[in-house]
Write a protein that binds this ligand. Structure first.
Ligand SMILES: C[S@@+](CC[C@H](N)C(=O)[O-])C[C@H]1O[C@@H](n2cnc3c(N)ncnc32)[C@H](O)[C@@H]1O
Length: 180
């Protein structure tokens, strides 16, 4: 069975072009950012932790089309003022880092709301949720409810593992084109 990260990477591979600008709301170790940069996308990345920014910068330094900011993603509108072709949020804590510094429902919802405002019509939002982590189920349920009720979005697809209600979950939404 395909891992959720591989599913997300497959989706990115078939969806975006070299001209795409993608926002990674949770840089972490920079794996997703590196994948996007290697495909020629421009990447804006955010993380609240110094360690995550340092690891991501080290991993991505060969690819100039990136800018990373150490900031709470709920404050993204203080550093990003451009339209986005895609947004990804991979929630939880930094692998091989402090497990107590983790995404929270309140800041995730603010970050998602602000990201959706910056997304172009037909841009994609990709959210990966880890329901077994501490607080993860509460966060996942809150985010899924918020996204599914958001009139600016259309549900595109989801991916999870069978026979496990708490398995990691990927949700993909597309921004509606209000002009069409
Ligand atoms: C699961 S990791 C992301 C993994 C990453 N996508 C990768 O490819 O390595 C989640 C990250 O979210 C970050 N994070 C938690 N709360 C945050 C917040 N409020 N704003 C920005 N980043 C946050 C953590 O520091 C952690 O690095």
């Amino acid at each position: 069975m395909l891992r959720v990260t591989s599913f997300v990477h497959q989706f990115i591979k078939i969806t975006f072009t070299q001209a795409s600008t993608l926002l990674d709301l949770t840089l972490g170790n920079g794996n997703d950012a590196l994948f996007c940069l290697q495909r020629g996308h421009r990447v804006i990345g955010l993380d609240i932790q110094t360690l995550a920014i340092e690891r991501s910068e080290a991993r991505c330094h060969d690819y100039p089309k990136h800018v990373f900011h150490q900031i709470d993603h709920a404050l993204l509108d203080t550093v990003i003022h451009e339209q986005l072709d895609g947004v990804s949020m991979n929630n939880g804590y930094l692998p091989n880092g402090n497990e107590h510094i983790t995404t929270s429902l309140s800041s995730s919802l603010i970050a998602l709301e602000k990201s959706i405002m910056l997304m172009r019509p037909l841009a994609y939002l990709i959210v990966t949720l880890y329901r077994k982590q501490a607080g993860g189920l509460h966060e996942a349920e809150g985010i899924e409810t918020y996204l599914s009720q958001n009139k600016k979005l259309r549900f595109d697809q989801s991916y999870t593992y069978t026979n496990d209600d708490l398995a990691p979950l990927v949700l993909i939404f597309q921004k509606v084109d209000e002009g069409s």
